[in-house]
Design a protein around this ligand. Structure first.
Ligand SMILES: *Cc1c(COP(=O)(O)O)cnc(C)c1O
Length: 226
């Protein structure tokens, strides 16, 4: 029941942020991040009305995905090693963490073998942090241009993890700058449909600055042990 109550509270907060942005809350996709979360808790989230789920490690995700109803939508949000691409493609609807051209090439090859068009977001390292994956700002356009030639890869937007600040207000300039890039991109083949930014600590600021996908773990399921 706590998940249902948490979800209700999150919806109110999303509603308020969407109103500030001047968009309907239905424009925002909530992704429940289920790393370290049991399949029973995921089931409860599903029963509460959540449709989209995110995992960052394929080996942890697959056992849970296999026991859950197959109409849940799965998002891959973690750093993806090229040797794991093969197991990710059949089960995940969207890869948020396309963070290198090398990975793009492997996805293209594996997608071709499966005769599948793979949906992905390009991850941008908006805080230029060594600890985070993703393209630097100036690398995004050349990377998108190169990926436009990959017929089994469909780019649907951008994703970022903001630097952590105890006061989420400090993330605002980072989100704003990414939205400007997102909004300016015009490259044949790349559709700028989803802007995935905002986590438990900063999702309200992210929505105010243009996010239409937020990835929430702690706000929904409580603090993780690890
Ligand atoms: C864990 C994780 C989240 C969710 O983080 P919370 O702060 O618990 O909401 C979102 N995005 C990514 C990429 C993550 O790894």
């Amino acid at each position: 029941m706590v998940i249902r109550a948490n979800f209700r509270h999150i919806k109110e907060r999303l509603q308020a942020s969407a109103a500030k942005r001047g968009i309907p809350v239905t424009d925002i996709t909530l992704i429940a991040v289920t790393k370290t979360v049991s399949s029973e808790a995921i089931r409860e989230a599903w029963d509460s009305g959540i449709k989209h789920f995110g995992e960052n490690r394929v080996q942890d995700a697959l056992p849970k995905i296999n026991v859950l109803p197959n109409d849940l939508h799965w998002h891959f949000i973690g750093h993806l090693q090229t040797n794991k691409v093969k197991s990710v493609l059949p089960v995940f609807d969207l890869i948020h963490s396309l963070d290198s051209l090398k990975l793009a090439r492997v996805i293209q090859n594996e997608g071709e073998k499966l005769n599948k068009k793979v949906n992905a977001l390009v991850q941008v390292n908006i805080g230029s942090e060594d600890s985070k994956f993703g393209f630097a700002y100036e690398e995004v356009l050349p990377a998108l241009q190169e990926m436009a030639g990959f017929s089994n890869l469909k780019i649907l937007g951008l994703m970022a993890i903001a630097p952590f600040f105890p006061d989420p207000e400090h993330t605002r300039p980072y989100f704003r700058r990414l939205y400007q890039l997102f909004n300016s991109i015009q490259i044949a083949g790349a559709e700028m449909k989803y802007l995935s930014m905002g986590m438990t600590n900063d999702f309200e600021v992210a929505v105010e600055e243009g996010a239409n996908m937020v990835r929430l773990g702690t706000a929904l399921f409580g603090a993780r042990d690890s």
